[in-house]
Design a protein around this ligand. Structure first.
Ligand code: 4NP
Length: 164
């Protein structure tokens, strides 16, 4: 079959962070579980990518995998780098974790349609309304990873409620 019509109807969400091994693969797994639990997996395509290329092909950071697993999230994504040439066209909504990610991705847009697809996860916080970003936990301890997961769960709920 030529065009995959079923896939064309899906809302396509891409999560972005710097390395694609901590925050964005966690957001990817959290959103996938929410969508699966609500039996909406035929309506959404979820993916994640990083701005940098340091960790290509790697599983998420062990600390994020362990903290996520404690809450029932399976982090199995393999890191890939954001590709402006294909990702802006393919995805409907591109969710970044912090303001640096936002500036970087916006600087790669070539038109206002692509610009309008880029949102910061903080825009969707409810419980954590007022927080400006999901801070990078990479150089932090377990508390920073748990805090990132709490913020990500709040943001993903907000995103899904907004899209439904
Ligand atoms: P992430 O965290 O952006 O949440 O995946 C990072 C992981 C690795 C690096 C930076 C941030 N790094 O510099 O290798």
């Amino acid at each position: 079959m030529g065009l995959d019509c079923k896939n064309m109807l899906k809302k396509k969400i891409l999560f972005i962070c710097l390395g694609n091994i901590c925050r964005s693969p966690a957001a990817h797994a959290v959103m996938q579980k929410m969508v699966d639990d609500e039996r909406l997996s035929d309506k959404y395509e979820i993916d994640s990518a990083g701005i940098g290329d340091w960790h290509l092909g790697e599983l998420p950071d062990k600390r994020m995998r362990e903290r996520g697993a404690k809450q029932g999230y399976k982090l199995t994504h393999r890191a890939r780098q954001f590709n402006a040439a294909t990702d802006f066209a393919h995805f409907d909504i591109i969710i970044v974790m912090d303001e640096k990610n936002y500036s970087n991705i916006i600087s790669q847009t070539k038109n206002n349609i692509y610009k309008s697809k880029v949102k910061c996860i903080a825009e969707y916080f409810v419980k954590f309304k007022g927080y400006k970003e999901v801070p990078d936990p990479y150089y932090g301890g377990i508390e920073e990873f748990d805090k990132a997961l709490d913020l990500i769960k709040d943001g993903c709920e907000g995103i899904l409620n907004n899209l439904k």
